[in-house]
Design a protein around this ligand. Structure first.
Ligand SMILES: Nc1ncnc2c1ncn2[C@@H]1O[C@H](COP(=O)(O)OP(=O)(O)OP(=O)(O)O)[C@@H](O)[C@H]1O
Length: 363
């Protein structure tokens, strides 16, 4: 069942349009993410869903009820929404249990205690129940904020950059933990972030935004492996675009050989690619495998050591640059030639239209 249905909403600040006819829906229990560069409108969409911004057009339905339209605007407190922000916003004079209980409203003391205990257990803070926020780490404070938001069992949980105040390692751990907690409680949620690793770790489905519009809505896997345009390919993950020539419905030739796609090659406005069309082919660092036995070689231009692996920037003899992710015990020097081969699962091409001929003007 659809729990959140955002239909063609347009949002603006004064006369400045920010979001343009945006569609987005979530099934019950699904975790969505609005991902995109700073200023693309993610927070504005979240605020509209929460009821802090009015829509200029379109409508928002939660659990089948219209909460926002040009004619309707249900106030935030009547939307059954929970919220978690980057700054935790805990009450400093209340301990952990009291902070969580704050979200519960009117309940008898016994029911309230049981619910708080269950939530403390869920977020792994049973031992810290009597501590005050200043006695907790950033990660623990964010768990309290999450427990407090989940306490009244909201229809929908909104999370705005919830991990951005935490260090990288903790961010990764807490992202996975939050996903586990949301799945365990069957909570429908939206995460707003500009960090793709966070989006990958938490979300079932990601809407990648740019300039107030959704560029692609897909699973983390498809967003990375099947980006639908150059913006998505560039924003998500690393990679390079290399020139290719279409030699069949599903085959394209690049400097390192022929790639066969599992679906017909796509040439955007042309549909299926015509033979000999010039395309750009996306190669991710994991598509280029280091192989000493390969007759194809490339020169190491740069290397970035990342612990478990090294990200090599390589150059082919024809000048084309590639990225290759290699286990770090294969430690090669800059300038060295190393063997490589292609291991491409999904062939992603972007059509490169031939520019119209320019006619020299007669003097
Ligand atoms: N209260 C406001 N008044 C006027 N313009 C605003 C207001 N809030 C945001 N904007 C503008 O609206 C656009 C979208 O902002 P928004 O905060 O939604 O983007 P975002 O994708 O969440 O960015 P970030 O990741 O930096 O928070 C930006 O150009 C921003 O400057």
């Amino acid at each position: 069942m659809t729990l959140l249905d955002v239909r063609q909403i347009t949002l603006a600040y004064g006369t400045q349009p920010v979001v343009d006819r945006l569609d987005f829906s979530l099934a019950e229990g699904e975790i969505g993410c609005l991902l995109g560069p700073s200023g693309c409108g993610k927070t504005t969409v979240l605020r509209a869903i929460a009821g802090f911004e009015r829509v200029r057009d379109g409508e928002i339905l939660i659990d089948g009820q219209c909460v926002s339209s040009v004619h309707t605007h249900l106030p935030p407190e009547r939307r059954r929404i929970g919220m978690v922000f980057q700054d935790y916003a805990l009450f400093p004079h209340l301990d952990v249990s009291e902070n969580i209980a704050f979200g519960l409203g009117k309940q008898n003391a016994d029911a309230q205690r049981k619910r708080v205990d269950a939530l403390l257990d869920l977020v792994g803070l049973g031992q810290q129940a009597r501590r005050y926020p200043h006695e907790l780490s950033g990660g623990q404070q964010q768990r309290v904020a999450l427990a407090r938001a989940l306490a009244p069992a909201p229809s929908l949980l909104l999370m705005d950059e919830p991990f951005s105040n935490l260090d990288v390692e903790l961010r990764e751990r807490l992202s996975l933990e939050v996903r586990r907690i949301l799945k365990e409680t069957g909570t429908t949620a939206i995460l707003v972030t500009h960090d793709q690793n966070e989006a990958f770790a938490v979300a079932d489905v990601i809407a990648l935004m740019h300039g107030g519009r959704i560029q692609q809505r897909a699973t983390p896997y498809d967003l990375y492996h099947r980006p639908i345009n150059r913006f998505v390919a560039d924003f998500v993950g690393q990679g390079v675009l290399v020139p290719g020539r279409v030699i069949g419905d599903d085959r394209v030739e690049i400097a390192l050989g022929t790639l066969r796609s599992d679906t017909p090659l796509d040439c955007g406005p042309l549909g299926v690619c015509p033979i000999n069309a010039t395309v750009d082919v996306l190669l991710r660092p994991d598509d280029i495998v280091h192989d000493d036995a390969s007759s194809d070689t490339a020169t190491v231009l740069m290397k970035a050591f990342r612990g478990a692996d090294i990200l090599y920037t390589l150059k082919l003899d024809n000048g084309v640059k590639l990225l290759s992710l290699v286990p770090s015990h294969h430690n090669h020097a800059i300038g060295e030639r190393i063997g490589i081969r292609l291991d491409v699962d999904h062939v992603v091409t972007f059509y490169e239209p031939v520019p119209p001929p320019t006619h020299a003007t007669q003097p």
